[in-house]
Design a protein around this ligand. Structure first.
Ligand code: SF4
Length: 94
Protein backbone atom coordinates (compact mmCIF):
# COMPACT_ATOMS: atom_id res chain seq x y z
CA UNK A 1 0.00 0.00 0.00
CA UNK A 2 1.30 3.45 -0.95
CA UNK A 3 2.13 5.68 2.02
CA UNK A 4 0.32 9.01 2.33
CA UNK A 5 2.33 12.08 1.32
CA UNK A 6 3.69 14.08 4.25
CA UNK A 7 3.23 17.81 4.64
CA UNK A 8 6.57 19.61 4.92
CA UNK A 9 4.75 22.21 7.03
CA UNK A 10 4.66 19.69 9.89
CA UNK A 11 8.41 19.02 9.72
CA UNK A 12 10.89 20.76 12.02
CA UNK A 13 13.15 21.40 9.01
CA UNK A 14 10.56 23.55 7.24
CA UNK A 15 11.55 27.12 8.12
CA UNK A 16 9.47 30.25 7.68
CA UNK A 17 11.51 33.46 7.40
CA UNK A 18 11.13 37.14 6.60
CA UNK A 19 12.66 38.25 3.31
CA UNK A 20 13.30 42.01 3.33
CA UNK A 21 12.20 43.97 0.26
CA UNK A 22 12.07 47.64 -0.76
CA UNK A 23 15.42 48.46 0.86
CA UNK A 24 14.45 46.67 4.03
CA UNK A 25 11.33 48.70 4.77
CA UNK A 26 8.98 45.80 4.08
CA UNK A 27 9.17 42.03 4.08
CA UNK A 28 7.46 39.00 2.63
CA UNK A 29 7.26 35.53 4.17
CA UNK A 30 9.14 32.69 2.54
CA UNK A 31 9.76 29.05 3.40
CA UNK A 32 12.83 26.86 2.99
CA UNK A 33 13.92 23.37 3.91
CA UNK A 34 16.98 23.60 6.15
CA UNK A 35 18.05 20.11 5.07
CA UNK A 36 18.48 21.38 1.51
CA UNK A 37 15.87 19.05 0.02
CA UNK A 38 14.18 21.69 -2.13
CA UNK A 39 16.24 22.29 -5.22
CA UNK A 40 15.77 23.84 -8.65
CA UNK A 41 15.60 21.13 -11.29
CA UNK A 42 18.43 22.28 -13.55
CA UNK A 43 20.82 24.38 -11.49
CA UNK A 44 20.29 22.39 -8.25
CA UNK A 45 20.29 25.68 -6.35
CA UNK A 46 18.16 25.90 -3.24
CA UNK A 47 14.52 26.61 -3.94
CA UNK A 48 12.62 29.03 -1.72
CA UNK A 49 8.82 29.17 -1.79
CA UNK A 50 6.22 31.79 -0.96
CA UNK A 51 4.68 31.16 2.44
CA UNK A 52 1.12 31.04 1.15
CA UNK A 53 2.02 28.00 -1.00
CA UNK A 54 3.24 26.04 2.03
CA UNK A 55 0.52 23.39 1.87
CA UNK A 56 1.67 22.44 -1.63
CA UNK A 57 5.04 21.34 -0.25
CA UNK A 58 4.51 17.62 0.26
CA UNK A 59 6.85 14.66 0.04
CA UNK A 60 6.32 10.97 -0.67
CA UNK A 61 9.28 9.86 1.32
CA UNK A 62 11.86 12.09 2.96
CA UNK A 63 14.66 10.63 5.12
CA UNK A 64 14.74 13.82 7.20
CA UNK A 65 11.04 14.18 7.93
CA UNK A 66 10.80 15.16 11.60
CA UNK A 67 7.15 15.65 12.59
CA UNK A 68 6.50 18.40 15.11
CA UNK A 69 3.23 16.87 16.24
CA UNK A 70 0.03 15.26 15.10
CA UNK A 71 -0.21 16.14 11.41
CA UNK A 72 -3.95 16.13 10.81
CA UNK A 73 -4.95 18.73 13.42
CA UNK A 74 -1.90 20.91 12.66
CA UNK A 75 -2.72 21.00 8.94
CA UNK A 76 -6.39 21.66 9.69
CA UNK A 77 -5.43 24.73 11.76
CA UNK A 78 -2.88 25.88 9.20
CA UNK A 79 -5.51 25.80 6.46
CA UNK A 80 -7.53 28.31 8.48
CA UNK A 81 -4.64 30.74 9.03
CA UNK A 82 -2.50 30.50 5.90
CA UNK A 83 -2.90 33.56 3.66
CA UNK A 84 -4.37 32.96 0.20
CA UNK A 85 -1.84 35.23 -1.50
CA UNK A 86 1.58 36.76 -1.01
CA UNK A 87 1.38 39.58 1.53
CA UNK A 88 3.77 42.50 1.96
CA UNK A 89 4.31 43.43 5.62
CA UNK A 90 5.85 46.60 7.00
CA UNK A 91 8.52 46.38 9.68
CA UNK A 92 7.40 48.10 12.84
CA UNK A 93 8.83 51.62 13.03
CA UNK A 94 10.88 52.21 16.16
S1 SF4 B 1 13.33 17.63 5.56
FE1 SF4 B 1 11.98 16.64 4.09
S2 SF4 B 1 9.94 16.64 5.04
FE2 SF4 B 1 11.24 18.14 6.12
S3 SF4 B 1 10.87 20.11 5.10
FE3 SF4 B 1 12.64 19.18 4.12
S4 SF4 B 1 11.77 18.06 2.37
FE4 SF4 B 1 10.09 18.49 3.76
Amino acid sequence: MKEKKKYCANCSHCIVFKKPIAKGRYYVLRVRCDMGMWKKRLSKEEKIYKYYTLLKRRVDNCPYYDPMGEEESFIKDLKKTLPVQDIVYAYESI
